[in-house]
Design a protein around this ligand. Structure first.
Ligand SMILES: NC(=O)c1ccc[n+]([C@@H]2O[C@H](COP(=O)([O-])OP(=O)(O)OC[C@H]3O[C@@H](n4cnc5c(N)ncnc54)[C@H](OP(=O)(O)O)[C@@H]3O)[C@@H](O)[C@H]2O)c1
Length: 264
């Protein structure tokens, strides 16, 4: 029987019922990990993700747990450990974005972004740490918006992704002595419900990336699986970007074919 890179490992992925998280679940399971994943609402989609992983020869277990709530996140870690007998890989993927000028964002939207995107990641790491041993992995899903915010209306979302990069750098110092790595994957635009590749802003978004196209959830799954695997032992504290994004200078932005203003 062929050995897979994550055979014998257990993983918890937050927000695995759709989009990027579903791609991560599929890849980790295909690479041999037993994977638990959380979701907030989508029961049937979560069941479908788990069934697809099993049909492909893997193991996946959905857990309904709202990342808005500390106790849900803690319970998801506990349930993963109870089900699989341990935890080796934590992927903080669950995320929300509300895109509007700051004067138009509602307070519940302003609260939800740092709570789901950052606070729940901190809670999950804190709860997972007692279970992560030598070779453990913590992987956050950030965004190219942490470094470049080429469009307006994304300031609070970008704030949360910048916070994940800082958190990753800081925790690398705490975790390295325990043989645990922590990294931050920063995807460019990925075709998901939250950011469909056929949506109205897609051409502009694709145009500011080096690859000039949307990525797929499967591609992000590949990226995460590499960081989760044994070959990534000497990578920690890093924010790794899937595709370079143009700086937010006016002359580098805008859709392809637009007149290029002179450099300022
Ligand atoms: N798509 C992109 O272009 C892109 C680019 C860079 C980074 N990212 C990051 O990638 C991650 C996933 O984005 P996506 O595009 O795949 O989003 P998505 O299509 O909206 O899927 C979000 C996933 O997270 C879950 N989720 C949302 N709120 C949750 C909560 N409160 N508690 C638990 N689970 C929750 C959803 O569960 P339900 O199905 O139950 O709602 C779903 O599984 C986010 O962190 C996002 O910032 C995305």
């Amino acid at each position: 029987m062929t050995t897979r890179p994550l055979d014998g490992r257990t993983a918890l992925v937050t927000g695995g019922s759709r989009g990027v998280g579903a791609g991560i679940v599929a890849r980790l399971a295909a690479d041999g990990a037993r994977v638990a994943f959380t979701y907030a609402r989508s029961d049937s989609q979560a069941d479908a993700v788990a069934a697809a992983a099993v049909a492909a020869g893997g193991t996946a277990h959905p857990i309904r747990a709202d990342s808005m709530h500390e106790q849900d996140v803690a319970a998801a870690v506990t349930r993963t450990v109870e089900r699989f007998g341990g935890l080796d890989i934590l992927v903080n993927n669950a995320g929300v974005g509300f895109f509007a000028p700051i004067t138009e964002l509602q307070m519940d939207q302003i609260d939800a972004m740092p709570t789901v995107n950052v606070r729940s990641a901190v809670v999950a790491i804190r709860e997972a740490l007692p279970h992560l041993g030598e070779g453990g992995r913590s992987i956050n899903i950030g965004s190219i918006n942490a470094d470049r915010t080429p469009f307006p209306d994304q300031s609070i979302y970008a704030l949360t992704k910048g916070a994940l990069a800082s958190l990753t750098r800081g925790l690398a110092r705490e975790l390295a002595p325990r043989g645990i790595t922590i990294n931050n994957v920063q995807p460019g635009p990925v075709d998901t419900d939250a950011n469909p590749a056929d949506g109205p802003v897609a051409p502009a978004m694709a145009s500011i990336t080096a690859t000039e196209r949307y990525g797929t959830s499967a591609e992000i799954g590949t990226f995460v699986s590499y960081l989760a695997g044994p070959d990534a032992d000497y990578i920690t504290g890093s924010s790794l970007t899937s595709t370079a994004a143009s700086p937010p200078d006016a002359h580098r932005c805008g859709p392809k074919g637009a007149p290029t203003p002179p450099p300022v």
